[in-house]
Design a protein around this ligand. Structure first.
Ligand code: GUN
Length: 291
């Protein structure tokens, strides 16, 4: 059997960013609006610092305003809530993202729920979760949004497909279910208690792996020709002691069977920030009643 087509997340993310940049330009011309994204980072988590730097650079590249609010590790919960409140009230700020994880002494749910739902570009607020569930216009979590774009790059109409989502997190698995339902897929959400997981995954025309277990999905779980989207990013240590990033899918094994597959890195990862930028434009349009 021939090897699966590789879905190039970097290339597709660049296209999304180009579309965002074009939309930003046209919003400026038609309404005099420049979308703006504020990111709040509390503490010194090295991975978070890298994410935040990349987000800011790409926001500016797309022609939008970007603000980074860096707060020390020992900032009180009240001070973080006060920062969010200030950004909620600031008309120039269209999107607010509080970088996770927050330090342990801060209640993340409380902070995320204090963000104005119309500025919640992560799509984590219960109001957005509810809007997505009933098919209202909403801000949609970035990683699931990016995953659907990647799947549609191979199969533009997902209607009628059997989709199996492995993982039921609030950030990926559950919103993935809603988005795939909107695409008219028949969706199964499998998880750690699912009986005979390989047999369930074998039914799928579209597999979305989001469990956080390195290389768990094997080639003999995959229906020949299926599209495989790997949301996992896991750092493992190889037998030679070197570190390596791998997904939740055993790539080499599954690429022999799948019709198309996303690599890690270079698959879903680059799509997340691109979709965050798109969400910032969407939020701006919603706030100003623009279709
Ligand atoms: N930390 C890692 N990924 C994310 C994300 O998508 N949103 C937020 N807010 N924090 C993160």
């Amino acid at each position: 059997m021939s090897e699966a087509r590789v879905i190039d997340g970097k290339e597709i993310a660049a296209k999304v960013r180009a579309d965002v940049a074009a939309e930003v330009k046209s919003l400026k011309a038609s309404h005099g609006l420049t979308p703006g994204l504020a990111v709040v980072l509390v503490g010194e988590d090295p991975a978070s610092k890298v994410y935040v730097r990349n987000k800011a650079a790409q926001t500016v590249e797309c022609g939008m305003n970007s603000w980074e609010h860096k707060l020390p590790e020992d900032t009180s919960e009240a001070d973080v809530l006060a920062m969010v409140d200030k950004l909620n009230k600031d008309k120039a700020v269209n999107g607010i993202l509080v970088q996770l994880p927050l330090p342990k002494h801060i209640d993340s749910t409380k902070v995320l729920n204090s963000i104005d739902p119309d500025k919640d570009v992560d799509g984590f607020h219960p109001v957005n979760v509810g809007r997505l569930g009933i098919g209202e216009r909403s801000l949609v979590p970035c990683t699931p949004r990016g995953s659907v774009i990647l799947a549609k790059s191979v199969i533009p109409d997902l209607s009628g497909l059997n989709a199996v989502v492995v993982g039921r997190s609030n950030i990926v698995g559950k919103p993935m279910l809603q988005l795939l339902l909107q695409e008219n897929c028949t969706v199964t959400v499998a998880h750690s208690r699912t009986k005979d997981l390989p047999a369930v995954v074998r039914q799928a025309d579209l597999v979305i792996a989001a469990v956080g277990r390195p290389e768990m999905v094997k080639g003999d779980w995959i229906k020949p020709g299926a599209v495989v989207i790997d949301v996992g990013i896991n750092r493992i240590t190889k037998p030679d002691g070197k570190g390596k990033l791998v997904g939740d899918v055993d790539y080499a094994d599954c690429a022999k069977v799948a019709g198309a597959i996303t690599p890690v890195p270079g698959g879903v990862g680059p799509m997340t920030i691109a979709c965050l930028l798109q969400n910032t434009v969407d939020a701006t349009k919603m706030q100003h009643g623009i279709k």
